[in-house]
Ligand binder design. Sequence first.
Ligand code: ADP
Ligand code: MG
Length: 261
Amino acid sequence: MAIESYENLIADLKKLRLPAMAEMLDSYVKQAASTSMSYMDFLSGLVSEEVRHKERRGVESRMKSARFPVIKSLDDFDYTFQPSINREKLDELASLRFIDNKENALLLGPPGVGKTHLATGLGVRACESGYKVLFTTLNDMISALMASMADNSFPSKLRTFVLPSLLIIDEVGYLPVSKEGANFLFQVVSRRYETGSIILTSNKSFADWGEILGDGVIASAVLDRLLHHATVFNIRGESYRLREKKKELVKEEKKEVTGHF
Ligand code: ADP
Ligand code: MG
């Protein structure tokens, strides 16, 4: 290929925002010249470089805007440690059909049993599959909405919690919620009802929600909408964090014991 037409083609590919095709053009031209690559294979190979590049960029940007505090994968979850989790139900969630169906998932259980890990793992999978995701704790969501009241940006802030295909609300129940905060949660949940999925984690059982939200009527209105189309996991088990800690202590004890003899 003449230098001039090569350079023109590179410039045109960049104008069309096809950077991966521009980047890979040279190596494809060389490969085509030295093999019997057909025109069809040449073009489809180059186009699929661009498609893969755009897919990778899409996942990266969705992962960034999801704001996961720590990245966790479902593949790293040890199910044998948490036998109270119904694996079939979780696999069904991992298929992400619940997002297409605008359904919810509630992960309940004491600290350390993997609620945040599972919620994040499902969120990461959703990002990888092209869904827009946002991760927040209940407290952060309420604070953000509260702050937006002050500068009149409430409607647009509310939209940030309503628009993603999947909203993960972590840590419901650890901190008490003000009456206004409970109201914000109700608004988010009712705006998302049958229009977008929520994964919510809590260390409290539903019976305690009246107390958490400081209002039994709002609590049942929120739960009513959340639970209408939802999968609920009651995780009963030991804390993974404590198990890790115990292992360390046992190791140290052993060291001390062998040190004495
Ligand atoms: P929770 O949100 O229920 O308090 P986390 O999901 O934050 O608990 O889990 C605490 C820590 O233990 C995290 O680092 C998490 O990755 C890890 N963890 C919890 N359960 C498991 C498990 N079954 N397999 C692997 N890691 C786990
Ligand atoms: Mg947690």
